[in-house]
Design a binder for this molecule. Structure first.
Ligand code: PSV
Ligand code: MN
Length: 424
């Protein structure tokens, strides 16, 4: 295993007293800490394989050393995260960046680590070495049928890789669109894309879901063929019951009310899942909760309320994934922060007094509604999240332990200073 379990136990013992004080203070003042704790313990967030190495911008990349060099090492990193927080028990792969050389071996390694494979992601936004036709002018939308065919076949290939690993969902994000007025016939681009998605959908196993991810801009800056939640929903509705919209928090125009989008997609039974991250301007892919934790909390309020209304299981009803990667943090530390931010927002949303909020809404008491939401948001539930980790066998303070054990230095020792297997 990536870290000796005894080290986790020793770490927990060293701060047990302080933790117990914080926890009992919460239990004494809040009504439902035990119920929140049980839900937190069941909640898992998938780690994207491409977030394990340092990201970059188009201006440069500053690799941090000790980054994973192979799929096996990426899994080792996720296993380490999971050992520390017990909330990262799944990995999301991107094909062809993560093609398993031997699916059986990879699957048994995952079993050994207690990991499962979350959504597999296709990639028609880059040309790969040896690829016959170029995606320069799009993939599923392309004017050339041969290019469309190639993109469809790639997606079907991705499904096959996912099946071999026990994955149960495919995420399709298309960079398709146009950079200039007149470049593209919007209607034909939509029709071609729909036809392609239909063929991919037809290849989905019966127990799979297909997530159609939208994005407002980048790499195309005049139009995106799956540019917003409305377009994604249109495709998903036309495709069928196994197709859903995927919400990447960084894929909206500034100031979009993401929580409202989430509420409506959920009520239409078309919300598939998330790519969590945070942003100030666009698709910044920053650490979850680092810029606007209140928005994250409000999103979780809609999720908890909407999922409860539908009787959905919080842990398994939707696809919970992170999609973040950047230049200046240790990627593993960043992911520990991201998972914790998600757990905190979830716990705070569970704390909301839903009956009182409903009352406030029905009586148009705007002030009371704000007090209720902000009361929950301003409650420090970190001891409860730590307790969930403890009860699941993880570390009370994963980040602290990661640093005190000098885990990055150890990884640099075994993997070297300048390594990277991320496709980005
Ligand atoms: C695109 O910006 C995106 O959010 C999609 O999910 C991709 O698969 C991922 O980032 C990696 O490029
Ligand atoms: Mn994404």
């Amino acid at each position: 295993m990536p870290i000796d379990q005894n080290k986790i136990i020793a770490h927990n013992e060293s701060i047990a007293g302080k933790h117990a004080t914080g926890l009992s203070r919460l239990a004494d003042t809040l009504p439902n800490t035990e119920a929140i704790l049980q839900k937190l313990k069941a909640f898992q967030v998938a780690i994207p394989s491409w977030a394990l190495g340092t990201g970059g911008t188009r201006f440069g990349r500053f690799g941090g050393g000790g980054e994973p060099r192979s799929l096996e090492e990426k899994m080792e990193d996720v296993a380490l995260l999971h050992q520390l927080n017990r909330a990262s028990g799944a990995i999301s792969l991107h094909i062809p960046w993560d093609i398993p050389s031997d699916a059986k071996k990879i699957r048994s390694l995952a079993d050994q680590y207690g990991l499962r494979f979350d959504a597999v992601n296709s990639n028609t936004f880059q040309d790969q070495p040896g690829q016959k036709l170029s995606y320069k002018f799009g993939s599923l939308q392309h004017v050339d049928k041969q290019v469309r065919r190639q993109a469809i076949e790639h997606n079907i290939e991705v499904i096959r890789h996912g099946m071999a690993l026990g994955s149960q969902s495919l995420t399709v994000w298309l960079s398709d669109g146009s950079c200039f007025p007149g470049q593209l016939n919007f209607r034909r681009a939509f029709e071609n894309t729909l036809e392609g998605l239909q063929q991919i959908y037809a290849a989905l196993p019966s127990d799979w879901k297909m997530f159609v991810e939208y994005k407002a801009f980048e790499p195309n800056f005049y139009s995106m063929t799956v540019g917003d939640w409305g377009q994604s929903l249109l495709y998903a509705n036309k495709l069928g019951d196994k197709a859903y919209t995927l919400v990447d928090l960084g894929h909206h125009l500034p100031n979009a009310n993401i929580q409202q989008i989430v509420a409506l997609l959920l009520s239409e039974d078309k919300l598939g899942g998330f790519h969590f991250n945070d942003s100030k301007y666009g698709d910044d892919d920053l650490t979850v909760g680092s810029i606007d934790p209140y928005q994250l909390f409000l999103i979780f309020c809609e999720l908890v309320e909407g999922m409860d209304a539908k009787g959905m299981d919080h842990a398994s009803g939707l696809g919970w994934m992170i999609d973040a990667s950047h230049n200046v943090k240790d990627p593993l530390e960043d992911l520990l922060q991201s998972v914790e931010a998600i757990q905190l927002a979830y716990a705070q949303a569970l704390l909301v007094d839903t009956a009182a909020l409903k009352n406030a809404q029905e009586s148009n008491d705007v002030v009371a509604a704000q007090e209720i939401l902000q009361g929950a948001f301003r409650t420090d539930l970190r001891p409860l999240v730590a307790e969930a980790r403890l009860q699941n066998g993880g570390a009370l303070q994963p980040l602290q332990l990661f640093r005190s054990e000098k885990i990055r230095a150890q990884l640099i020792g075994t993997r070297g200073e300048k390594t990277s297997a991320t496709g980005l």
